[in-house]
Write a new protein. Structure first.
Length: 515
C-alpha cells in the first residue's frame, strides 16, 4: 500500500504508541468527588485562564505547583505564566501545564513518572476546593463500531466476560461484536448503482448552507470535489488542524504491523462527508483534520482547532467578507469525563460550543458506541432531562446528540450509547457512503482466472469502487447534520432560523420504541 514519501519504521513505531492512560479512580481519593474511568495524558493538565479573577487564578497555579512538588514533580506552564490562549473573544482561553520529573531527586515521595490525576486530586485536598479552572487533558476518540482505540482496555467495553469467550455462543460474534462481522455492518466494500446526489445550481441570491466536520479530513472522491469540500482552512495565515503527511484519508496503512490491514479510521472523514452529501446535496462542506490514523485527539488540540473554526465564524458574522460561514458543526468524536458533575469539570469545551451556537451554528455530536448510558462529552453538554451538569437553558442554536438506528429504523443499534442525554436516533448501522480508493493487503478468498478474465470473490479491503458499508454513531450524526443543513435552505433569502430547521429535520426521523 502507498506510504508517505520517506516514511520509515521509526515513523510507524512512534505513531503506533497509544495516547493516554486509563484513570484509576481509587488513587488520591477526595471527599465529595466521585470519579470514573477515563483516558487522559498523565503528563499534562489544562488550566482555564480566568481574566476576571487573576488572584484566584494565581492561587490555583500555586496550589498545583505545591501539589506537584509534594510528589517530587515539577509543573511548568506552557508559554509562561499568565499567557492567555484565548482565541475567541468572550470565551476564556486555556493553558497547558506540563508535569516533569527533575533530573535529581529532591523532596517528595518518589520521582517516578508524573500523574496529572494524582496532582489534581492532591491540589483539591490542599485547597479544599474542586479547582474549577483545572482539569485533565483527556484523549478523545473517533470510533466507528469496533474501532475505538481504547476498546480493548475500556473497563466498560471489551472486558465483558460474556462477549468473545461466551461458552454458549455458537453463532459467531455476540452482542455489539455482531456488527464487526462481514455482512453485519463491518466496514467493507459495496457497489453504488445510483447516480450521484443531484446538486442544484448556485443560488442567485444568498448562499448555500455550510457543514463543518472536525474529523480525519476528507479524501479524494468524485462526489467530493473542491467546489463542494473546503479541505484547507486558515486563520490569519495559519492552517487549522493537522497538515502533516500522516493523513489517513490519503494513506490507508500508516501504523501498526506491516500486515496490509487498513488502519482503524482511515477514510472516516470521507465517509462522513459522503453522508452529508447524500442528506444535503446543496450544502457545502468544510473539512478540518484533527485526528490521525489511530483515531485519537488530544483535548487541547481539539480545543484549539475548534476555537479557530469558531473565530472564523465570528468574523464572518461581523463582516461576511472576512471569516468563513458555518451553519452546522459535526463532531463524530467524544470521551467520558471522570467527574461530569457540575462544578467538577472545566467548561472550556462547553463554552466554545455555546459560543458557536450563540453565533447561530447548530452543534451535532455522536453519542458513542460503547453500548452504555454513561453521558459522553461533548454529546451530553446540554441541559438534558435530569442532567446534573449544571448547564442551564440558553438562547443559541440547538445542541443535538445523536445515537444510531439499525437499518430497519425500528430499533436502536445495540452498540449505540443511550440515555436521556441522547436527543435523537438516526440511521447509523450498515450505512453506505463514500470511501477513498484504498487497497489493503488482504486477498479475495478465491481466484479462478478464465479466458484472460480476472475472476475472484470480493476482495474485503479493495475500495477502488469508491463506496463502503460502515457502522457507528459517528455516521448517524452527519446524517442529522445534513438533514438540518437541508432544512436551512438558501441562507440569506427567507432565512429559516436554526431552531426551526432542527425541529423540521428531527421530525423526519423515526422514533424507535419497544413494541
Amino acid at each position: 500500500m502507498e506510504q508517505p514519501r520517506g516514511w520509515t519504521w521509526q515513523d510507524r513505531a512512534e505513531g503506533s504508541i497509544r495516547r493516554g492512560t486509563a484513570l484509576d479512580p481509587s488513587l488520591e481519593p477526595v471527599d465529595g468527588i466521585r470519579a470514573f474511568p477515563t483516558a487522559y495524558l498523565p503528563e499534562r493538565l489544562l488550566i482555564t485562564q480566568d481574566v476576571e479573577d487573576n488572584e484566584a487564578y494565581d492561587r490555583e497555579i500555586r496550589t498545583l505547583r505545591d501539589a506537584a512538588d509534594s510528589f517530587g514533580w515539577l509543573l511548568e506552564i506552557e508559554q509562561g505564566d499568565g499567557v492567555s490562549r484565548e482565541l475567541v473573544p468572550g470565551v476564556p482561553g486555556f493553558l497547558r501545564a506540563h508535569l516533569t520529573t527533575p533530573d535529581e531527586p529532591g523532596r517528595g515521595e518518589s520521582p517516578v513518572a508524573p500523574d496529572a490525576w494524582r496532582v489534581l486530586q492532591r491540589a483539591r485536598r490542599m485547597s479544599r476546593s474542586v479547582m474549577p479552572r483545572t482539569g485533565l487533558e483527556h484523549v478523545l476518540s473517533i470510533d466507528p463500531v469496533g474501532l475505538n482505540p481504547f476498546s480493548r482496555t475500556n473497563p466498560f467495553s471489551r472486558t465483558n466476560p460474556f462477549s468473545r469467550t461466551n461458552p454458549v455462543e455458537g453463532r459467531g460474534a455476540g452482542g455489539s461484536d455482531d456488527y464487526l462481522e462481514p455482512g453485519r455492518g463491518a466496514r467493507q466494500p459495496v457497489t453504488w448503482l445510483g447516480p450521484a446526489p443531484r446538486r442544484g445550481p448556485a443560488p442567485k441570491r444568498g448562499r448555500r448552507p455550510v457543514v463543518a466536520v472536525l474529523d480525519t479530513g476528507c479524501g479524494v472522491h468524485d462526489w467530493l470535489p473542491d467546489d463542494i469540500v473546503t479541505r484547507h482552512l486558515e486563520l490569519d495565515g495559519v492552517p487549522i488542524g493537522l497538515t502533516d503527511d500522516a493523513d489517513p484519508e490519503r494513506y490507508p496503512d500508516l501504523y501498526g504491523q506491516l500486515d496490509g490491514e487498513i488502519d482503524a479510521v482511515a477514510g472516516h472523514g470521507t465517509f462522513i462527508a459522503g453522508i452529508i452529501r447524500q442528506a444535503a446535496p446543496d450544502a457545502d462542506i468544510v473539512s478540518v483534520r484533527v485526528a490521525g490514523a489511530l483515531g485519537v485527539v488530544d483535548e487541547s488540540a481539539l480545543l484549539e482547532s475548534l476555537a479557530q473554526v469558531i473565530e472564523l465564524l465570528r468574523r464572518y458574522r461581523e463582516d461576511p467578507k472576512t471569516g468563513h460561514p458555518i451553519d452546522v458543526l459535526n463532531l463524530s468524536l467524544g470521551y467520558y469525563h471522570e467527574t461530569p458533575v457540575d462544578g467538577q469539570f472545566s467548561r472550556t469545551l462547553y463554552a466554545l460550543l455555546a459560543k458557536a451556537r450563540e453565533l447561530g451554528c447548530v452543534v451535532v455530536c455522536s453519542a458513542g458506541n460503547d453500548a452504555i448510558d454513561r453521558p459522553s462529552f461533548p454529546a451530553s453538554l446540554w441541559p438534558w432531562p435530569g442532567a446534573d451538569n449544571g448547564i442551564g437553558p440558553d438562547h443559541g442554536a440547538p445542541h443535538v446528540s445523536v445515537g444510531a438506528l439499525n437499518p430497519s429504523a425500528r430499533s436502536v443499534a445495540l452498540f449505540s450509547n443511550v440515555g436521556p442525554w441522547v436527543r435523537v436516533y438516526a440511521p447509523g448501522a450498515a450505512v453506505v457512503s463514500t470511501s477513498p480508493a484504498f487497497v489493503g493487503g488482504a486477498q479475495a478468498t478465491t481466484r479462478a482466472d478464465v479466458d484472460g478474465l480476472h475472476r475472484e470473490t470480493i476482495d474485503p479491503d479493495d475500495y477502488r469502487g469508491g463506496f463502503a458499508v460502515w457502522s457507528g454513531t459517528s455516521f448517524a450524526a452527519p446524517y442529522v447534520a445534513g438533514l438540518i443543513a437541508g432544512h436551512l435552505g438558501v441562507i440569506g433569502v427567507g432565512r429559516v432560523d436554526a431552531a426551526s430547521a432542527v425541529k423540521a429535520a428531527l421530525a423526519t426521523l423515526p422514533s424507535p420504541s419497544v413494541d
